[in-house]
Design a protein around this ligand. Sequence first.
Ligand SMILES: Cc1ncc(COP(=O)(O)O)c(C=O)c1O
Length: 386
Amino acid sequence: MKPETQINRRREEFPTLASGIHLLSHSLGPVPRATRESMLAYYEAWEQHTGEDAWANSWWEMSAQVGDRIAQILGGDPGSVQVQPNASIALFSVLSCFDFTSSKRNKIVASALDFPSMQYILDAQTPVGARVEMVPSDDGIVIPTERILDAIDQQTALVAISHVSFRSSYRVEVEAIVERARQHGALVLLDVYQSAGAVELKARDWEVDFLIGGTIKWLCGGPACGYLYVRPDLQNQLQPRLTGWVAHGAPFDFASPPMRYDHSVRRFAQGTPGIPALYSVLPGLKMIEEVGVPTVRAESVRRTEFMIDFALERGWKVNSPRDVNQRGGSVMIYVEDGPAMVKRLAERKVFVDCRPGVGLRMSSHFFNTDEEVREAMEILAELMDK
Ligand SMILES: Cc1ncc(COP(=O)(O)O)c(C=O)c1O
């Protein structure tokens, strides 16, 4: 491995790191110590709230504030992100803006490497007139860009695809996809759950229409804080049918229908925001902002190269792209019995997970040391030989 960079890894700020080698940032990251205080602050705010002004004074604003901080990490402008209960709902919110039944433009282009939840939700649009074209992968690791581009045509309403695959860590070429979609009048949604906080994102520069994701992985946040980015100049053209009172222009008027959507990104909200989830993400977001995604990425490139070289030298099968420009922050290594190997590694205090057909999923974040990554690979080598 190239020499370790001197960065503040803030290891003492993550109590869980004392338990062993944590390589699970693609799944659930370790909790920042400061989250304890943040959750207590939530309780205290609740205890002190004695009237409806609680909402107006702080909690109501909090969704927008957290949304703006996530927007910055996504490379978007303030006012471009609405927090959501999870990424699945964020996707459904976007799909509910389309009328697939009455339109000839009813095709959705997705990929075989996307997260199953996304595939289920797209599939659920077929009874309401959508046609889903799932672009296949020959090896379960990558999909040639040309193949994705060829699937985008004049009937395509939406390209909805993972930026980085949960399965192989394959990263698609965003610029080429957005360009082709524009040529054919289609919109583009990227699932950035596996890239936000691990890879630099450029929502504004890419001119992508939607990004969806959540905070529990690379952003070091707690569960139930998903997010939806909508290109600012597109927002007011859309009216999500998955809606609720919080999306109304004057929610506290409690007016009868018809719905009058707010003119901000709040028009993509539904009901009461998940306030505890918002408190749970603040310390993690702060840390990622302070460390900076370019630093996280530089560290990750070094580690993933080391892990891949280590695996290939021993003749193991690597189920992630070799090319760093096609890769996110994880490395997938094939093992015959994934769950058994995960268990044996955990006994040696190395924490990873596995997925069917893929093998182990291993991810280092900025808080991991080179020494830890090397040790984890050496322990894996010992167990592979047994
Ligand atoms: C790429 C990707 N998309 C979506 C999800 C699911 O998100 P949610 O549970 O917030 O709907 C995951 C979860 O692992 C994921 O890895």
